[in-house]
Design a protein. Structure first.
Length: 180
C-alpha cells in the first residue's frame, strides 16, 4: 500500500529540513568578511601547521606552543547547531575528565565574534578557544564539514581528523584509539 499524501508530505518536509541542516553544518560556510575555504587533507602523521591564531583572551599562539602534550582541536561556529550541541554534550564531559592530561582547544571559524563570545558565555566551556576567521587553519588541516575535530600528538603530529559531529562516546573512543 503506497504512503498517504500526508505521509509523503511529512517525509518531504523532513528531507528538506535535513538538507538545510546539512547545508549549514556539512560544509564550510562563509561570512561577508571572509573568502570561501578550500580544504586540502592534511596527511596523517605530518606535523600540524604552525599558523598563528588569536585566542578570545587576545593572546597570539600557534599549535607548536602546545608541543609536549596531546591536543584535541575542535573547529566550531555559533551558526552550526551540531557544533553547539557537541560542545556541551561531548566536549564538556570529556574535558572535565581528561583536561589535565590533554589540551582541548576550540577554534571558532567564519563566525561573528559577538555571536561566538555569546555562545562561549552561555555554554561556560572551560578550555582555550580561539578564532580562525577566514578558516585558514581549518583548510590546512583538511576540514570538510562542521564540526571538525583533529587529534594531535604530544610531538605535534596529526594523528586523526574527524569531519562531523561526535557524541561523548565517540569522542572518548577517538581519543583512546589515537592517543592510547
Amino acid at each position: 500500500m503506497p504512503p498517504s499524501p500526508t505521509t509523503r508530505l511529512r517525509l518531504a518536509a523532513a528531507v528538506a529540513a535535513l538538507a538545510l541542516i546539512a547545508a549549514a553544518c556539512g560544509s564550510a560556510a562563509t561570512t561577508s568578511e571572509s573568502a570561501p575555504v578550500t580544504a586540502t587533507q592534511a596527511p596523517l602523521g605530518t606535523q600540524a601547521p604552525t599558523t598563528a591564531f588569536t585566542t578570545f583572551d587576545g593572546m597570539t599562539v600557534s599549535l607548536a606552543e602546545f608541543r609536549g602534550e596531546p591536543v584535541v582541536l575542535n573547529f566550531w561556529a555559533s551558526w552550526c547547531p551540531s557544533c553547539v550541541a557537541e560542545m556541551s554534550a561531548a566536549f564538556r564531559p570529556v574535558h572535565e575528565d581528561l583536561g589535565g592530561t590533554i589540551t582541548f582547544l576550540g577554534m571558532n571559524i567564519q563566525d561573528e565574534r559577538a555571536l561566538a563570545l555569546e555562545l562561549l558565555e552561555e555554554t561556560g566551556v572551560g578550555w582555550i578557544n580561539a578564532e580562525d576567521p577566514a578558516g585558514a587553519l581549518y583548510a590546512e588541516l583538511g576540514g570538510l564539514g562542521m564540526p571538525f575535530t583533529v587529534v594531535i600528538s604530544a610531538e605535534g603530529s596529526v594523528l586523526e581528523t574527524h569531519n562531523g559531529p561526535l557524541d561523548e562516546g565517540q569522542l572518548r573512543t577517538l581519543i583512546t584509539e589515537t592517543l592510547g
